[in-house]
Design a protein around this ligand. Structure first.
Ligand code: FES
Length: 104
């Protein structure tokens, strides 16, 4: 199992998920990290799920074209679109960050 630590609204939420889990898909079916993970489209378009990865980023795949398009230079600051990620290792992330405006 993979340990996930989510920081949101000044609180920390911890849980375990199966390997190769997508946190937005899980939240969509009301499993941890529901109801604390913000998301909307699930398709890499809205940026609502944008999070800063605090630990475990080295195990994530390279950003795909949607993340590059939406996040741009924020990728260099450690941001990722969680809906585009299937996690395979322990991860710590925060959504206590400024929202990213996409106009969607
Ligand atoms: S939920 Fe819309 S970009 Fe991830």
């Amino acid at each position: 199992m993979i340990k996930v630590k989510l920081h949101k609204n000044g609180e920390t939420f911890e849980g375990e998920v199966k390997e190769n889990s997508n946190l937005v898909v899980r939240a969509g079916i009301r499993q941890f990290p529901f109801p604390n993970l913000s998301f909307r489209c699930g398709m890499g378009k809205c940026s609502t799920c944008a999070s800063k990865i605090l630990a475990g980023a080295e195990h994530l795949p390279e950003p795909n074209w949607k993340e590059k398009k939406i996040l741009g230079s924020r990728l260099d600051e450690g941001y990722r679109l969680v809906c585009q990620l299937w996690v395979t290792h322990d991860i710590e992330l925060t959504q206590d960050v400024e929202p990213i405006k996409t106009g969607v």
